[in-house]
Write a new protein. Structure first.
Length: 371
């Protein structure tokens, strides 16, 4: 901005979610920039539709905005009169893999310069862009920069996440920092898991860490918020209802944040908790979708990750993560309330330990032969 004399009104940061908008917005004051500099892409499209397109506002069958129809209508208007839509000198996109191909066509018309940051490993929305599609839309032949050396995760977080992606460039991104092994807690029951979550959150808060707790859907967000608040732990949730019983997200506070995996994209915390890793919580997700969700969740942590689930309900991909204990990438803690099965005891016991003594050799005589 200083080099090219760009005023704030000619700069925009585009993101996909309101949570990421708030997260980036909380840092704009350090650059002396107004909050108006950051917007969600679909929010921006809705404003353009109202300002430039006549007719009724497109609505989906659910009653909310039809974002696909809004984007298509705005792009058509832009192509018809490009000069009227050259609104910015610089546009920056975070989490670019979450936008569609036509989104980048619109940005190319709207801004003289576009910078896109993306990670295809974190693409958890359907029908989105891959890197090649973005390059084509922006008229580029190749990416300009790979930010490998700037990766935020500590060694154990990176090694754990590397098992959830086939990207060979991910593992070399390890940075030297605190080495704290991620932990998986196998609970005996839902209540047992809840008590452990409260214990872990309290301990990490005492260490002054920023904490993110990620779950599969909004219902679990509010359920877990109630559990923690009943235990005396103040938390924040992404809840934009005017009359809410929960604190809204404030990224300048130290209170733990509870979000969905999708809502946490682009955010960073010192410690991340991934509770309720059980089959019923992910019935709508394929194994590959769950793998990507876990990759996104684990890589939100810069120092430490805590995962948990209930015995007998663990999905296959989560079992694979637990098996990484043999590689010393993760530690697995079983609740003391889990009763070991008899066959587990026999398998774990050294051969011969606890076996009854063998009977003495019989002496052959007339009496033993008779018996």
């Amino acid at each position: 901005m200083d080099r090219f004399g760009v005023p704030p009104e000619r700069l925009r940061f585009f993101v996909f979610t309101n949570t990421l908008k708030d997260y980036i917005g909380s840092a704009l004051r350090y650059l002396d920039l107004p909050l108006a500099c950051v917007t969600t892409f679909d929010g921006w499209c809705m404003r353009l539709h109202r300002a430039h397109i006549d007719g009724p506002f497109p609505r989906a069958q659910t009653g909310g905005p039809d974002f696909d129809a809004i984007r298509s209508a705005v792009l058509a208007a832009m192509k018809a009169n490009p000069s009227a839509f050259r609104l910015f000198d610089m546009a920056m996109v975070d989490e670019g893999q979450d936008l569609t191909h036509e989104s980048f066509e619109m940005l190319k018309i709207a801004s003289a310069h576009v910078t896109v940051c993306m990670d295809y490993n974190q693409q958890i929305y359907e029908k989105r862009c891959d890197e090649n599609a973005i390059l084509r839309a922006l008229g580029l032949r190749q990416r300009n920069l790979a930010l490998l050396a700037a990766y935020r995760c500590c060694p154990y977080i990176t090694k754990l996440a590397a098992h959830l992606t086939s990207d060979t460039t991910f593992l070399p991104q390890i940075r030297q920092s605190e080495r704290l092994t991620p932990l998986f807690f196998l609970a005996a029951s839902v209540k047992d898991e809840q008590e452990k979550i409260v214990e872990v959150v309290r301990a990490r808060m005492l260490m002054g860490e920023r904490i993110g707790i990620l779950v599969s859907n909004n219902a679990k967000v509010f359920s877990l918020a109630n559990i923690l608040q009943d235990a005396g732990v103040e938390v924040e949730v992404h809840d934009r209802k005017p009359k809410s019983n929960y604190r809204p997200l404030d990224f300048e506070s130290d209170r733990p944040k509870i979000l969905t995996y999708h809502g946490a994209k682009g955010l960073t915390f010192d410690t991340v908790l991934l509770p309720r890793l059980v089959r019923p919580a992910f019935v709508k997700n394929s194994k590959e979708q769950l793998r990507k969700l876990l990759f996104v969740g684990i890589t939100r942590a810069s120092n430490w990750a805590f995962l948990s689930g209930v015995e007998g309900q663990i999905p296959g991909i989560v079992n694979e993560i637990m098996e990484m204990e043999r590689l010393k990438i993760i530690s697995v803690m079983k609740s003391t309330r889990i009763q070991p099965a008899l066959f587990d005891f026999l398998e774990a016991r050294p051969k011969g330990e606890g076996d009854p003594p063998p009977p003495p050799e019989a002496v052959e005589d007339d009496l033993t032969n008779l018996f």
